[in-house]
Write a protein that binds this ligand. Structure first.
Ligand code: MRU
Length: 349
């Protein structure tokens, strides 16, 4: 159900022992790839939002570990292991909410532990490339599963950017939208602009325009009115961390949109690979929520617009309770009206 015509963008590339990231801070007006050979700089790139989106953060961190091995390994001196440990710690400290980061670091750490003596870089690169390829495959599978839930005809609403830019490729929520568009089930997309980073206005709109899927932007607060007018059948979003009971952390504003959806009879679909599910947390209240700098709310990009003297509250994510969610779509299957029992059965499947 997915077609390459509706998926042409890649945010992360590995070539010639170098990691390349498309700088998402300056898209869509400048298209610039930055190159990385230093894991500390990779951690900074994640923190500074050069790359963002939960799966993309995990994949980037995995390549960061490869760079760490390439830089630190020293046959003659055993302390290289301690130096790689520090790189792991830097990468882990970059952003707190997207559990894909810790999931990917855990996978890379396991490869290191299971290897004997010798340079681990080659085995780590194989693992990072597997994480990257598995993410694209998971997205394409979720695209099929999610699109199958949609009855044809109406537009859908999405929030933040969950597309090729936020993942290895194809996207989570945007992957479902790509598949549903290719199947003729969704004619067009409404995208929240997503303050304060404007991932919707800058990134989702850019991806959809590139891939020839009609997109209409709206201010974040306009979603309820859109739903009241019956213009959308589904709210389709991604996630940064899903707790064991199906509570979902996602970009700030998702909770707000899900409440409006429930009130207006619009269905809510959350699309995320199982690398986003954190079965160690019983509920969403335990998910660490990143608090970002007030300056992001004071301005539009580098331009200050807020009154001097005001303060700002800037949580980057919120938690939508499971009771507001109609379907969680993972590559392992669909969980309707999620509960702890249903989530555990899906994860075991
Ligand atoms: O702060 P960001 O841009 O990293 O936040 C991204 C989101 O909230 C996405 O919705 C989420 O990571 C899912 S992306 C496939």
């Amino acid at each position: 159900m997915h077609t390459s015509a509706h998926d042409t963008i890649r945010a992360i590339e590995w070539r010639d022992d170098t990691l390349y990231l498309l700088d998402q801070r300056i898209l869509p007006h400048s298209k610039q790839r930055l190159s990385y050979t230093d894991p500390v700089k990779v951690a900074e790139a994640i923190k500074d939002m050069v790359v963002r989106g939960a799966p993309a953060i995990g994949i980037t961190a995995a390549y960061g570990v490869v760079l760490a091995a390439m830089r630190r390994y020293d046959e003659a001196r055993e302390e290289w292991r301690g130096r790689i440990e520090k790189d792991f710690a830097h990468l882990a400290a970059s952003r707190p909410t997207a559990v894909n980061l810790f999931w990917a670091l855990e996978r890379m750490g396991r490869v290191m532990r299971e290897l004997g003596p010798g340079n681990p870089a080659k085995a780590l690169l194989t693992e990072a490339q597997a994480i990257h390829a598995e993410d694209i495959a998971a997205n394409q599978r979720m695209g099929e599963l999610g699109a199958a839930l949609i009855e044809g005809g109406k537009a859908v609403l999405t929030h933040c950017n969950t597309g090729s830019l936020a993942t290895g490729g194809y996207g989570t929520a945007l992957g479902v939208i790509r598949s549903a568009f290719a199947a003729g089930k969704v004619p067009s997309v409404y995208a929240d602009e997503t303050r304060p980073w404007l991932q919707g206005a800058r990134l989702t709109a850019w991806e959809l325009v590139q891939d020839k899927i009609p997109v209409t932007l709206l201010a974040d607060g306009a979603g309820a009115q859109l739903m009241k007018q019956g213009r959308v059948s589904w709210l389709i979003v991604g996630s940064d961390r899903i707790a064991a009971n199906g509570d979902v952390a996602n970009k700030i504003g998702t909770y707000h949109a899900a409440i409006a959806a429930k009130y207006h009879g619009v269905k809510v679909m959350v699309v995320a690979p199982t690398s986003t599910v954190d079965m160690s947390l019983s509920g969403g209240e335990l998910i660490p929520i990143e608090q970002r700098a007030p300056e992001e709310v004071f301005g539009l990009g580098a331009n200050r617009v807020a009154a001097e003297g005001a303060e700002a509250w800037n949580p980057a994510f919120d938690v939508t309770p499971a009771e507001l969610i109609d379907a969680i779509v993972t590559e392992k299957g669909v969980v309707l009206n999620p509960t702890t029992e249903k989530m555990a059965a899906m994860m075991a499947g």
